[in-house]
Every structure is written in structure tokens, then in C-alpha cells.
Ligand binder design. Structure first.
Ligand SMILES: [Fe+2]
Length: 368
């Protein structure tokens, strides 16, 4: 655990703050306190705490208003906020008012166990994020070093970019043992699907160029890069996910987007990394709008992500994982056919059915 884990208590009642401080006395945390919302906001901006325990009913700025300010400020926007309140009514208010949602809720009198579970969980998350940041920093430094020696090509991707994508892909692969050959097969499916899309819909020529396909094949490997930020106990859990675990798992698309956004700052928007970011963020969107992270529908989902969505699902369903058995090609093709226009873009499904035998061969040749 990080000894510098910083907790900010914002509560107008010093006795309540003392109680919370007392409960956390055995944890390796540093605690700072504020007596009102304004002071709390100043401390949050100045110290960037790892979590804010926020009293809701306070004179001056109340907890909802403080939470809004924290969320809307890009400097503090990602800091977890836990509401602390004695009012059960707050549950209704949270859902009915147009305010930012907190990340947790604790009721007074505070139960020590509940508090410690929240704090320990956030400490683990913070440690994972630090580790991830270290990996990103290492990667960025490595790429900068490569940039000084690698030659770039006007027509194709630079060596630096090729190296960086392999490093990024391997980073994700190392965290999730089930992704080994998976990410390489996804690239192969992506090429087949995009080439076939061009044949059945020549209008797509304006989008699907040779360089688009080259970028897609490489960017496809990044679709699950965000899994580097998911805790091991969830990523490698043998059983089914609880709804809370599922929520955490879904965050891999947001994390992936952030990682690649960071990489884009090195190479610029024209890089295939831009496509990788779209794929990482939107490969779990569904054509009918029931997917995540944004619930996009139909053409509003980037084409590259619609292609990878089908490739990813096909391969995942055919693969044996620690929590499920593998499905046959025939069962998966039936699933894909049933979800045409629901989960999947109808055109992408059509492309799949035009050469499904090749899909099957790619899987059968590389799976164990
Ligand atoms: Fe994913």
C-alpha cells in the first residue's frame, strides 16, 4: 500500500471528523480536514487527495455543490468522492437532482467496518493506478528513445509507432492470460472484415483505404489495453462477476481511452493510435445503443469499433476461459446471426457470413 494515500475530510462538525480520523488511525493514510465546502475545494485542488469524504449537509456550499465543483474541474475530476450523511433521504436526492454522482455513500453514525472497506478498496485502486502510470511512463520514455533512432516512412507507419503498439499490446497481454493469441487473431479477423466490407459496400471506399486497413490491423491489438488498470482479482476471477465487479471491468474501455490519449500526445492525431483509442473506447458499444461506455448507436459508433466488436465477440465466445467453456463455430455464428442489427452492425455481420470459414480456420489453427 502507498503510505502517501491522502484522505480529505470535509465536515463542518469537528467531532464527526475526529471520529472518522480515529477509525482510520491504523491505516497508512494521511488525513487533512476542511471545515466547509470552500476550504475543502481549495485543499482538494492543492493536494489532490486520493479520496474525499464529504459531509452533505453543511452551511455554505453543501455536499452536492462541492461534488459538482470537484467533478467539473479537470484537475480534481477523477478524485473519488464518498458522501457522508445522516439523512436516508439523500438516496432519493442523489437520483432526482441534476448533480454529479458520488462514488460511495456512508451513513452516520459511521460504521467503522464500512468505512475501512471503502478506504482499503480505494487504496488498492490507487496502488494499481500508480503501477499503471509507472508502466506508461516507462513506455513513453522508451518510445522517446526509439524516436531518436528509428527512421520514419512517409507512406507507412514509423518504426517507433510499430514498436510502441507492440509494447502496449504486450502490456495488456501480460495482465490477462486469456488474451495471448486472442489479440493476434483479432487483427486477422479485422483485415478480413474490412476487406469484405469494401466488396459488399463500395461506398465505404472513402473510409476503408489500404492505409485504413493497415492501421486497423495494428490498432485492433489495442482493444483491451485498458485491462492493465483492472485489479488482478477481478481480471482473473474464475466465477461470474458480481454487478459491482462488472462495473469495474467495464472501466477498461475508459482506461484504454486514457492510455491511448496519452500515447497520442506523443505521436499526434494522424497516428493509427487515434484509431486504437476509438477501438479501445467503443468496442463494447452495441448497434442498438445498449452497449457501453457511452451507449452510442449505429453509425455514431466508429466503423473501426463496429468491426472489432464482432471480431472480439467471435473470438471470445469460441475461446475457453477460466469462467466458461468454449462454444462451437456453429453456435457462435447462430449468436451473431440472431444479434444482427442488435449487437452488431448488419453490414459487418454480412461480411462475416461471406467468409466465415476463414474465421473458423484462423481460430482453429491458433487455439489450443
Ligand atoms: Fe474489451
Amino acid at each position: 500500500m502507498d503510505e502517501q494515500f491522502l484522505v480529505l475530510l470535509i465536515d463542518d462538525n469537528p467531532i464527526n471528523a475526529q471520529v472518522l480520523e480515529g477509525y482510520m488511525a491504523g491505516l497508512p493514510v494521511k488525513i487533512i480536514t476542511a471545515r466547509n465546502g470552500l476550504e475543502g475545494l481549495n485543499l482538494a485542488r492543492k493536494h489532490l487527495p486520493d479520496v474525499i469524504l464529504l459531509d452533505v449537509l453543511m452551511p455554505g456550499l453543501n455536499g452536492f455543490e462541492v461534488c459538482d465543483e470537484i467533478r467539473f474541474n479537470p484537475i480534481t475530476g477523477n478524485i473519488p468522492v464518498i458522501f457522508v450523511t445522516s439523512s436516508e433521504e439523500i438516496k432519493k436526492d442523489i437520483l432526482s437532482q441534476p448533480h454529479s454522482l458520488p462514488d460511495g455513500l456512508l451513513f452516520k453514525p459511521i460504521n467503522k467496518t464500512d468505512l475501512l472497506i471503502h478506504i482499503r478498496s480505494l487504496m488498492r485502486l490507487s496502488a494499481t493506478r500508480s503501477k499503471m502510470q509507472q508502466e506508461i511512463d516507462y513506455l513513453q520514455n522508451y518510445c522517446r528513445r526509439l524516436e531518436t533512432t528509428a527512421s520514419s516512412s512517409l507512406e507507412g507507419l514509423s518504426k517507433t509507432e510499430e514498436m510502441s503498439i507492440l509494447l502496449l499490446a504486450n502490456l495488456a497481454e501480460a495482465r490477462d492470460p486469456s488474451t495471448g493469441e486472442h489479440i493476434h487473431r483479432i487483427s486477422k479477423y479485422a483485415r478480413l472484415l474490412s476487406e469484405q466490407l469494401l466488396r459488399i459496400s463500395p461506398d465505404l471506399q472513402q473510409y476503408i483505404t489500404d492505409s485504413y486497413i493497415d492501421s486497423l490491423v495494428m490498432a485492433a491489438q489495442l482493444h483491451d489495453i485498458g485491462k492493465v488498470g483492472i485489479p488482478d482479482n477481478i481480471l482473473n476471477k474464475p466465477g461470474r462477476y458480481t454487478s459491482k465487479e462488472m462495473q469495474i471491468m467495464k472501466e477498461h474501455v475508459i482506461i484504454g481511452g486514457r492510455i491511448l490519449n496519452s500515447a497520442i500526445s506523443l505521436y499526434g492525431e494522424k497516428s493509427f493510435l487515434s484509431m486504437g483509442m476509438k477501438i479501445a473506447m467503443y468496442h463494447h458499444e452495441r448497434y442498438d445503443g445498449t452497449g457501453y461506455c457511452e451507449g452510442l448507436t449505429a453509425q455514431s459508433i466508429p466503423l473501426c469499433a463496429r468491426i472489432i466488436a464482432l471480431a472480439d465477440v467471435y473470438d471470445a465466445m469460441r475461446s475457453k476461459r477460466i469462467y466458461k467453456q468454449a462454444m462451437s463455430h456453429d453456435d457462435v455464428r447462430k449468436y451473431i446471426a440472431d444479434d444482427k442489427g442488435k449487437y452488431f452492425d448488419p453490414l459487418v455481420v454480412e461480411s462475416f457470413f461471406n467468409f466465415e470459414d476463414e474465421f473458423k480456420n484462423i481460430f482453429d489453427q491458433t487455439s489450443v
